[in-house]
Ligand binder design. Structure first.
Ligand code: UDP
Length: 461
């Protein structure tokens, strides 16, 4: 099957750990690789953010990454991309109408990709499947005035959910959020993220560590909501352990990162500076070494818009998890694999870490319960968590594309091309529908006259 992935800001080829490069990049990369390995013809369309990028790059994992000229060829904050979504969609239309490769299905990642995908799908008759990865309503609730999302994000997300052919939700929490937003439950399929068990497994090399000193690992983009401050404060309650923080800019640039500097200052004021180590961004293929070196993985976000891949990756490496009881973490961290604590509560986090480190048997039991299978019980009865049923999970996780393919198999017949059959909602939602803010962005009414976009010459890859 020819599958187009649209991932406007999150390239599967990006270096991870930076402010806008994390779970979505991993998800798109792993999903595309798994689908390509299963024999599908996958192209990932992402915004061109540097002048020297070739139009198409062949990934070593067997799919193509196409760099779409939409907006300046330079890095832009994710929240500044909305005005460039209409040219993005128009470029896709041009490309697919005039070329010899037209997708059979479009899978959009994040809401802005959804707008471009919907525009392109509407004009070419290709069905669109949407994964949100994060929701504006959740971000607004938790970040309030600090939320820099485009003002109409929530409205766009609602319309998108009502207009695309299928919505993929990744956890129960997301289903609830979408229903409250007004997206019909019948439009959704729940497909939890998978983990690549070739990369993340209990056996394999581990990063060096000091003998006899327990290691608490925490991983992610260095942004406030990930709760690294809570982890640093909790270290006061586990005086014998060290805390390793993976993520952020490359090690050499950590000094210039304001949040990394704040974390170091906080560690100093809590008296734990000698036990908190920031290692900066780690390439994806080396992440397994870091997980395997740890006694416990901590994920302490204040809120989690969806799944949170790092606990799953740690579990696949057989490492127990202590996480905050938010979002999809409530599905993935269950009592056989780790503990849940309240968000923003260093004392509770410290107590959970203390209890787990003190109980060597429990650490081992949880580690064994953790990997290599995700314990997510999405839509399943608790009975499926019993040890006897665990053998079913590795296969699901091993193939991150499996859920999507089942979805397409089940629904493709009635997702088939629907030329000009879209609802009025679709064109209201489309970035060409006149709804994009008047900040130099496209303002044409309706979708029938896409902006003229220079299509760079096609290059062989
Ligand atoms: N990651 C990485 N190198 C780093 C930091 C993070 O490869 O230095 C990866 C990590 O293994 C995971 C992803 O980035 O696959 C983060 O995903 P998660 O869902 O935990 O967080 P998000 O970025 O979606 O908020």
């Amino acid at each position: 099957m020819r599958i187009a992935m649209i991932s406007e800001h999150a390239s599967p080829l990006a270096i991870l750990g930076g402010e806008d490069a994390g779970g979505q990049n991993t998800h798109v990369a792993e999903l595309s690789a798994a689908l390509a390995a299963a024999g599908h013809d996958v192209r990932v369309y992402t915004r061109r953010d540097a002048v020297d990028l070739p139009v198409t790059v062949r990934s070593p994992d067997g799919y193509d990454v196409v760099h779409v000229p939409a907006g300046p060829a330079e890095p832009l904050a994710k929240d500044a991309l909305l005005p460039h979504m209409r040219p993005f969609g128009a470029w896709l239309v041009d490309r697919w109408r005039g070329g010899d490769w037209v997708p059979e299905v479009i899978h959009a990642h994040f809401w802005m990709s959804g707008l471009a995908a919907l525009e392109a799908g509407r004009q070419t008759g290709v069905p669109v499947v949407q994964t949100y990865h994060a929701l504006g309503a959740v971000k607004r609730r938790h970040q309030g005035v600090q939320d820099t999302s485009p003002a109409r994000r929530i409205g766009y997300e609602r319309q998108l959910g009502r207009s695309v052919d299928r919505v993929i939700a990744q956890c129960r929490d997301e289903v609830g959020e979408l229903v409250r937003m007004g997206v019909p439950r019948s439009a959704m399929t729940v497909i939890p993220s998978g983990v690549n068990l070739a990369t993340f497994a209990p056996l394999g090399p581990a990063a060096e560590r000091e003998p006899g000193r327990p290691r608490i690992l925490t991983v992610g983009r260095l942004v406030e909501r990930k709760g690294f401050q809570t982890v640093v404060r909790a270290m006061a309650h586990v005086p014998e352990a060290e805390c390793v923080v993976v993520g952020g800019p490359p090690a050499g640039l950590l000094e210039t990162d304001p949040y990394a500097r704040r974390l170091r200052a906080l560690a100093g004021s809590c008296g734990v500076a000698d036990r908190v180590r920031l290692v900066g961004a780690v390439p994806r293929e080396e992440m397994g070494r870091w997980y395997r070196s740890a006694d416990i993985l901590v994920a302490a976000p204040w809120y989690e818009p969806l799944f949170g891949l790092t606990p799953l990756e740690a579990m696949a490496c057989g490492v127990p998890v202590v996480a905050t009881a938010v979002g999809g973490l409530r599905d993935t961290v269950v009592d056989v694999t780790g503990d849940l604590v309240l968000a923003r509560d260093p004392r509770a986090l410290g107590a959970a870490l203390r209890a787990l480190l003190d109980d060597r048997i429990l650490v081992r039991v949880r580690g064994r319960g953790a990997g290599p299978r995700p314990p997510a019980l999405l839509g399943r009865s608790p009975r499926s968590a019993s040890p006897r049923s665990t053998t079913r999970w590795p296969r699901c996780v091993d193939r991150p594309g499996g859920g999507l393919m089942s979805l397409l198999d089940a629904h493709l017949a009635h997702l088939r091309p629907r030329h000009c059959r879209r609802s009025a909602a679709a064109s209201r939602c489309s970035p060409g529908g006149g709804a994009v803010p008047p900040d130099g962005s496209p303002t044409a009414a309706g979708c029938s006259s896409p902006a003229t976009v220079a299509v760079p010459p096609r290059r062989n890859t």
